[in-house]
Write a new protein. Structure first.
Length: 100
């Protein structure tokens, strides 16, 4: 039975070697594809970094525009409030003058 175990073990080792050799061949065949994927990924990462820089610049510009717009809106609201107060004061006198 020891001989039988050695035979089975040898057979298993031979089968395993065949599988490993096949996997090595597959890996070698895939190597160009893997290298191209690495290159493509590097290029894509550079593009993403460039796009992020552009997006940051645009975001900063938009923040400045937003601040200016908010200030203009506040000023417009202040003018509208002043005008409404003046109108509220003038309308009673106007109606009074019309009735006379």
């Amino acid at each position: 039975t020891k001989l039988n175990r050695y035979k089975v073990g040898t057979k298993t080792l031979i089968e395993t070697k065949a599988v490993v050799d096949d996997l090595k061949k597959q890996l070698a065949a895939m190597q160009p594809t893997i290298e191209q994927a690495k290159k493509d990924t590097k290029e894509l990462m550079v593009q993403v970094e460039n796009d992020q820089a552009i997006a940051r610049e645009k975001s900063e510009a938009c923040a400045v525009d937003e601040k200016i717009a908010a200030e203009a809106a506040a000023e417009a609201n202040e003018i509208a409030t002043d005008c409404q107060q003046d109108l509220d004061e003038a309308l009673p006198e106007y109606y009074s003058a019309i009735k006379s």
